[in-house]
Design a protein around this ligand. Structure first.
Ligand code: ATP
Length: 397
């Protein structure tokens, strides 16, 4: 792999397109301080995939773009092209079709770098690997910058090993091994993820199988249910048909019954009219009977009232009888008393008559006493008679 040309445009102090030809043999660059000799070496490192701004003697990677000068405005992009002779076809298989490899790196302000190999866009890693396989690269110890010799003498064993590995041509293998390990780890991670996914899918498959079985069972049961529903509906339809026929028959019977009933109703209406006619005298009789009944009710009330009055009268009379009994007893006593008094008066009269006979001088006095006694006797007789009449009247009542 032989570097043929380095073309710069907008890179650091090389604002205009500049071509640096590297001919077979020894090529040297001569110039005053600050003319841009180191910028060329940095352009070489940069196009080979350098990713350290510090190695470019810049604060950030955008600083490699021409920043302007007193006479020239700044640029927004820079690109460096390295042309490599591939006549011996020792480039990686992917780029080995061409006799010349053209590696381009371009940077746009604020947008980062892009790489192309023979016009095809590639990753920075692809460019770095291309040069690593050829035992060179942006960090190759073959590229010696100012002051680097003294740094190499004082370098750590690790850095010296890098120099030796590059001299043995195995530094590319290290890079490839590292990349292969990364890929392997990524593949292992993918595999374990695939295992998880496979397990999930297996679980999903089992679930789907279960659901499929359930769906099959559901379909079968649905068909059975539909068949049974059809049978039930047919049986119901049959029942309904028979019921309809029965109802039609019943309706016909009912219609006949209605006709008969209508006829009977007509007969009954006629009979009712006749009965109505016959009812008139009965109604009159009923009115009379009602009047009689009313009168009888009034009489009954009256008789009841009279009965009550008579009962009261009877009670009163019975009480009166009791009273009269006592009166009669009393008056009988009085009659007896009057008779006894009469007897006594008779005795007195006999005594007086005897006295009159015995003493004529006392005749007027005795006559007066006799008259008084007869008057008393007459009075007593009258009283006896009155009492006897009264007693007889009471007894009669
Ligand atoms: P020496 O022999 O002293 O090492 P040199 O020839 O190697 O010098 P360089 O260091 O390559 O020179 O170049 C430095 C020059 O590049 C300076 O003049 C600096 O102004 C210029 N330069 C660096 N970066 C830029 C930039 N981004 N834009 C414009 N000019 C730049």
């Amino acid at each position: 792999m032989h570097f043929q040309r380095l073309r710069l445009s907008g890179f650091k102090s090389f604002v205009d397109p500049t071509e640096f030809r590297i001919e077979p043999g020894l090529t040297g660059i001569v110039g005053p301080n600050g003319c841009g000799k180191s910028n060329l070496l940095e352009a070489l490192r940069w196009v080979m995939g350098a990713n350290s701004a510090k190695a470019m003697r810049a604060g950030g990677m955008d600083d490699v773009i021409f920043a302007g000068s007193g006479k020239r405005p700044p640029r927004n992009h820079a690109d460096v092209t390295l042309t490599i002779d591939n006549a011996d076809r020792r480039a990686p298989a992917a780029y080995n079709d061409h006799p010349v490899l053209e590696v381009v790196r371009r940077i746009d302000k604020g947008a980062g770098s892009t790489y192309r190999i023979n016009g095809k866009e590639v990753r920075a890693r692809d460019v770095q690997l291309l040069f690593a396989d050829a035992s060179t690269g942006s960090n190759s110890p073959a590229l010696v910058r100012q002051g680097q010799i003294s740094e190499l003498i004082a370098a750590k064993p690790q850095n010296r090993r890098l120099i030796l590995e590059e001299a043995a041509g195995v530094s590319g293998l290290h890079s490839r091994r590292h990349e292969a390990e990364l890929r392997l780890r990524a593949a292992e991670a993918n595999l374990s993820r695939l295992d998880d996914v496979a397990q999930e899918l297996e679980g999903g498959l089992n679930r789907l199988r279960r659901e499929a079985r359930q769906a099959e069972r559901y379909k079968k049961l649905s068909a059975e249910i539909r068949a049974l529903q059809g049978a039930v509906l047919h049986a119901r339809w049959n029942e309904a048909r028979l019921a309809a026929e029965r109802l039609r028959e019943e309706a016909a019977q009912a219609a006949r019954a209605v006709e008969e009933t209508a006829r009977a109703a007509a007969g009954a209406t006629a009979a009712a009219a006749k009965a109505e006619e016959a009812l008139a005298p009965l109604r009159d009789a009923e009115a009379v009977a009602a009047a009689v009944l009313g009168k009888l009710a009034i009489d009954k009330d009256r008789i009841e009232r009279e009965g009550e009055a008579l009962a009261a009268e009877v009670a009163r009379r019975e009480a009166e009888i009791v009273r009269l009994d006592s009166d009669r007893a009393r008056e009988t006593q009085m009659v007896e008393d009057a008779r006894a008094a009469l007897a006594r008066l008779a005795e007195d009269l006999e005594g007086l008559e005897a006295a009159v006979a015995e003493a004529p001088e006392r005749i007027p006095e005795l006559q007066a006493a006799l008259t008084a006694a007869e008057a008393a006797r007459a009075q007593a007789d009258a009283e006896v008679e009155r009492l006897a009449a009264e007693l007889a009247a009471e007894e009669a009542r």
